[in-house]
Structures are given as structure tokens and as C-alpha cells.
Design a binder for this molecule. Structure first.
Ligand code: IPM
Ligand code: MG
Length: 358
């Protein structure tokens, strides 16, 4: 079987980390006996420089005709002064919307080998951490009406959700909960926001279809606090686009570093987008310092969610665990403990490749 993966390296450390994930995917394909072809396209700042547009039509075409999309990161100070709709980030948001990937799955779990990199007290994570944030990705304030008044004295963005957008996201979250610990927490700001009250209303109805899953509700400010007080209480968190963006950065740090968290963006049909949750870290670009593991773990999600190859995904996850168990660390997850060997981006990618080959 042959599959085609569209790659978008993007900006900053994007090219550094995507290169390692591609090596890992090639290795998995070779040892498991399938053929994989990579088609690289520009997006974000790189595409602005090359074509004037953050999301060229040819990139969208390449993504639509692929089996899955592997993405690095976009953005950087060079493009910060551009108007919003021409910024690198507009390319990413446009791609997510055009591909219809409305559900963004962001698992945060602590590799036992990395427990020392968690900034929380050991007793807080004694029970481990394994939660899944299901973030709505193509609606809400990211896509609502926005504007600036003619005199420049005011600006606004609108949080707007339809019942259908909420329900389809919750369906994915409930199905994910069914394959996990069967607990779903809907996170919102229903004490203030009308749109959050619609989330709660829809959640009560959708919950009735999943009686085997325990549903709870939490305000987002409380959730931000509970995540550092007792993160073990969560299984699946379902939330809006912006709350999910913020909470997933917070959850990532509990696992040791934002350099560890992968994500899968999926819709009802068509190829998914698989990308680390971290940004483009322009100061680290091209220095062989970025941690490629979030992108390598995103490649594992690509195999399981995107290509239906769970066994091959497990191969990558086991390889990452064994590399960590051998004390291999990138700088962001190093604690200075005895036995640690700090690796650059390429050496970390190589270490995972060799672990898969064994
Ligand atoms: C993320 C990022 C993006 C987002 C940015 C780069 C637009 O922070 O994927 O979490 O906010 O969705
Ligand atoms: Mg983010």
C-alpha cells in the first residue's frame, strides 16, 4: 500500500522538527513494509516570502489530495507587522478551516521517564497524568466577526458558536472518552458568556446519548487552577477554540515541556492535520536545539488517526519511551540528573530512528 503525506515545514523551528518526523515515518514505513511519499508545500511566513500569500492554492490542493498532512509551525517576528489576514497564522487558520478539521485532539501524558521534568511537586502527579484536550478548532473567536473602528479607538473579535458546531465537537469528545476512562469535562465560562451557556445546553443533550460516560462542567478559570492543583482528576476535556489553545499550553508544561505535546486535527472526512502544539520558536530556528519529539509523536498520531495504522504508531511511541528511558533528552526536558545525555534536534531524531530499527 502506498500513502501520500503532505508536509508543511513552515517557519522557525518548523523545518528542523518536521525533517526528523519525516525520517521517523520513512523508517516506520520501511520496517513495516508500506510505501510513503512526501509532498512538501510552503505555508505561513515561508509562503508569504515565496508567493505573497500565507496559504497558496497549490498548498491547499496538495493537502486535499494527500492521505494526511504533517505540519511544523508558522509565524515569526519578521511577519508581525502584516495585517491579520496576511499573517502566517492566517495561513494555518485558513488551512484548518478549508480542510474541515473541527476537532483538535491534544493528549497530555507524562512519560514516567520524564516525571522529574514536571515542575509540579511529585505528590501532585503521583498518580500520573494522562488527559486529552478536545479543542474545537474551526469556530469561536478565532473565526468570528472582527474589526477595528474607523478611528482606531476600538477593536473587537466575536465568540460565536452554532449548535451544530458544538454538537459535532462533543460527539468526537464523547467517543474519545469511551475509549479512555469515560469521563468528560466540558470547560467553559457559562457564568458570563452566552455562547458558553449554549455549550452547556447542547452538552446536556449530547450527554444523554453517552450514558456510560460521566459528564461534568467546569469554568475555564477554575480548570486552569485545577490543572496544576490536581491534574489527575481529568480524563477528557472538551472546550472551545481559544480555551483549548490556552489550556493545552498549560497542560503541556505539566508533562515537562511544550516540546513534547503532539496533536491531531480531524473532521468528518478527508485528510487530518498532525502538528505539535508548540509554536515556531524563531530564536531556536536552524540551531539544532529544538525538541523534535512533539512532531515525532504527531507523526504517530498521523499513523493511527490518519492512516489507521495503530500498530505502527505504537512502534514510534515505544521508540520514544525507550530513548527517554536511556536518558536521552533535548535541552527543554533535561533536568541535569545523572545519566542524562542532552541531544540536539537531529541526534534525537536519529535516536528514535535507531530505536525503531531495533
Ligand atoms: C496552536 C497555535 C495556533 C493557535 C496559532 C499559531 C495560530 O497556538 O496551534 O495552538 O492558536 O491555534
Ligand atoms: Mg497554541
Amino acid at each position: 500500500m502506498k500513502c501520500t503525506i503532505a508536509t508543511i515545514s513552515g517557519d522557525g523551528i518548523g523545518p528542523d522538527v518536521v525533517a526528523e518526523a519525516v525520517k521517523v515515518l520513512r523508517t516506520v514505513a520501511r520496517v513495516s513494509g508500506f510505501t510513503v511519499e512526501f509532498v512538501a508545500s510552503p505555508m505561513g511566513g515561508a509562503a508569504i516570502d515565496a508567493t505573497g500569500s500565507p496559504l497558496p492554492e497549490s498548498t491547499l490542493e496538495a493537502c486535499r489530495s494527500a492521505d494526511a498532512v504533517l505540519l511544523g509551525a508558522v509565524g515569526g517576528p519578521r511577519w508581525d507587522s502584516l495585517p491579520g489576514n496576511l499573517r502566517p497564522e492566517a495561513g494555518l487558520l485558513g488551512l484548518r478551516a478549508a480542510m474541515g478539521v473541527y476537532a483538535n485532539l491534544r493528549p497530555a501524558r507524562i512519560f514516567t521517564e520524564l516525571a522529574a521534568a514536571c515542575p509540579l511537586k511529585p505528590e501532585i502527579i503521583a498518580g500520573g497524568l494522562d488527559l486529552l484536550i478536545v479543542r474545537e478548532l474551526t469556530g469561536g473567536i478565532y473565526f468570528g466577526e472582527r474589526g477595528t473602528s474607523p478611528d482606531g479607538e476600538a477593536a473587537w473579535d466575536t465568540e460565536r458558536y452554532t449548535k451544530a458546531e458544538i454538537e459535532r465537537l462533543l460527539d468526537i469528545a464523547y467517543r474519545a472518552a469511551r475509549s479512555r476512562k469515560r469521563k468528560l469535562c466540558v470547560v467553559d465560562k457559562a457564568n458570563v458568556l452566552e455562547s458558553s451557556r449554549l455549550w452547556r445546553q447542547r452538552a446536556r443533550d449530547v450527554a444523554a446519548r453517552y450514558p456510560d460516560v460521566e459528564t461534568s462542567f467546569m469554568y475555564v478559570d477554575n480548570c486552569a487552577m485545577q490543572l496544576v492543583r490536581n491534574p489527575g482528576q481529568f480524563d477528557v476535556i472538551a472546550t472551545s477554540n481559544m480555551f483549548g489553545d490556552i489550556l493545552s499550553d498549560e497542560a503541556s508544561m505539566i508533562t515537562g515541556s511544550i516540546g513534547m505535546l503532539p496533536s491531531a486535527s480531524i473532521g468528518d472526512a478527508g485528510p487530518g492535520i498532525f502538528e505539535p502544539i508548540h509554536g515556531s520558536a524563531p530564536d531556536l530556528a536552524g540551531k539544532d536545539q529544538a525538541n523534535p519529539l512533539a512532531t515525532i509523536l504527531s507523526a504517530a498520531m498521523l499513523l493511527s488517526y490518519g492512516l489507521g495504522r495503530g500498530a505502527e504508531a505504537a512502534l514510534i511511541e515505544r521508540a520514544v519511551s525507550s530513548v527517554l528511558a536511556a536518558g536521552r533528552r533535548c535541552a527543554d526536558i533535561a533536568t541535569g540528573a545523572a545519566g542524562e545525555i542532552v541531544l540536539g534536534t537531529r541526534a534525537m531524531g536519529e535516536a528514535v530512528v535507531r530505536a525503531i530499527e531495533r
